[in-house]
Design a protein around this ligand. Structure first.
Ligand SMILES: O=C(O)C1=C[C@@H](OP(=O)(O)O)[C@@H](O)[C@H](O)C1
Ligand SMILES: C=C(OP(=O)(O)O)C(=O)O
Length: 408
């Protein structure tokens, strides 16, 4: 479905309830399958969490996780350690291009039986669940932190736990800390020191209900909206001052653009007043790759330069996000230079009209561009891609006065 999106106001206020972090949700679903005493509140309503839930309940041979990277990686480890179960774990055509070799190699080194159904290094995988008894593994850490989180999540269910040595530079590190802190919160002992992670085995865990904080990556689109407005006051519920989610760095990044974050009980209030714009935004996003698209489009809307680094993982996400950003920003008249790990935006003097934004099967392409409608109306192709992480996105924009016309 294509949509046409516009907004005529420059002052916005409203309240939103975004559901739980999809990263935290998908970790907890794995932990809940391993330790049934855990209960979860505020689970994400994203497609990625739905497919994870379904996969964990499935009795079929073929388990299809569509576009969900966390589900692919976490379930590879989960099924490898599930004695007596044999599955073919597969996903969308794009998932079949997203690498998984380093995780498969690491799992094989501790005794897993995994083979490739098509191309070596990529899904689909045939996994014969086995008892994994080795307790040490080495994994390269600069491609995806999801490989490391996957190993950490099954570690407490292994007879001797697991010591994971991380090789090379660590990418998306806050997601590893998130996994560790969630394990600890559930009652599992573990530590992360000097490139070594050690997770102790656990036979059972005390009964506990875990309340998932709402999704900070989804909140990024409202930071962008607030920054682009002259004045705004947006209240988002279920966010904490101390977050497990690395994308909570948004508060600091967007303060440069005049967006202040106030904490009130369990909510955040994003406040924007008219202010002087900086000449440019410069950020290293190695720790928070999922907000790169949001920040680039905010800068395009505000007509300021943007230099983003630490983006080497963007090429292997839902699409090659560096190329997708360049293509779509240039339709509006901005100029973008990309390398393998960086993006530089030279903003447009005036934004082109009648643009149709392609979304490349990538939820974040649709959502990152949406706030630009405060400056110029445009079309978004295949707009329902948002459901991967945020199915209510367009309705939530309508509640803030955006005109969202659904076509076709
Ligand atoms: O562990 C997680 O929940 C995630 C880790 C990150 O991936 P990489 O570690 O592959 O960068 C992030 O981009 C993804 O959206 C979610
Ligand atoms: C990269 C993402 O997700 P995943 O890797 O889990 O598919 C994302 O949500 O931006």
């Amino acid at each position: 479905m294509e949509i046409k999106i516009s907004h005529s106001e420059k002052n916005l206020s409203g309240e939103l309830q975004i559901t739980g972090s999809k990263s935290e949700s998908n970790r907890l679903l794995i932990l809940q399958s391993l330790f049934t005493s855990l209960q979860v509140k505020n689970l994400s309503n994203s497609d990625d969490t739905q497919v994870m839930k379904k996969a964990l309940q499935s009795k079929e041979e073929v388990v299809d996780i569509h576009h969900a990277g966390t589900a692919m990686r976490f379930l590879t480890a989960y099924f490898a350690a599930k004695e007596g179960r044999e599955v073919v774990l597969t996903g969308s055509p794009r998932m079949q291009e997203r690498p998984v070799k380093l995780l498969v190699e690491a799992l094989k080194s501790i005794g897993a039986a995994i083979s490739y159904e098509k191309e070596e290094g990529f899904p689909p995988l045939r996994i014969k669940g086995k008892k994994l008894t080795k307790d040490e593994v080495v994994v390269q850490a600069n491609i995806s932190s999801q490989y490391i989180s996957a190993l950490m999540l099954i570690a407490p269910s292994l007879p001797n736990g697991l010591e994971i040595k991380l090789d090379g530079q660590i990418t998306s590190a806050p997601y590893i800390s998130m996994t560790l802190e969630m394990l600890q919160h559930a009652g599992i002992k573990g530590e992360f020191k000097n490139n070594r992670i050690k997770i102790e085995p656990a036979e059972s865990l005390p009964a506990k209900t875990i309340n998932i904080e709402s999704d900070w990556s989804s909140a990024s689109y409202f930071y962008s909206i607030a920054a682009i407005c002259d004045e705004a006051e947006l209240k988002l519920s279920n966010y904490r001052k101390t977050s497990l989610q690395g994308d909570s760095c948004l508060a600091k990044i967007y303060s440069q653009l005049g967006v202040e974050t106030e904490h009130e009980n369990d909510s955040i209030i994003l406040k924007k007043k008219p202010c002087k714009k900086p000449k440019r935004i410069t950020e290293d996003l190695q720790n928070s790759p999922d907000i790169a698209q949001t920040i680039a489009v905010t800068c395009l809307a505000l007509g300021i330069e943007c230099q983003l680094g630490g983006l080497h993982t963007l090429k292997i996400k839902e699409t090659d996000r560096l190329v997708a950003l360049k293509n779509e920003i240039e339709k509006f008249g901005g100029k973008v230079d990309i390398t393998n790990d960086s993006l530089r935006l030279h903003p447009a003097k005036t934004l082109n009209k009648d643009v149709s934004v392609a979304t490349y099967n990538d939820h974040r392409m649709a959502m990152a561009f949406a706030p630009l409608a405060l400056k110029v109306p445009f079309k978004v192709e295949d707009a329902m891609v948002v459901s991967k992480s945020y199915p209510d996105f367009w309705e939530d924009l309508e509640s803030l006065g955006f005109d969202v016309q659904r076509e076709g």
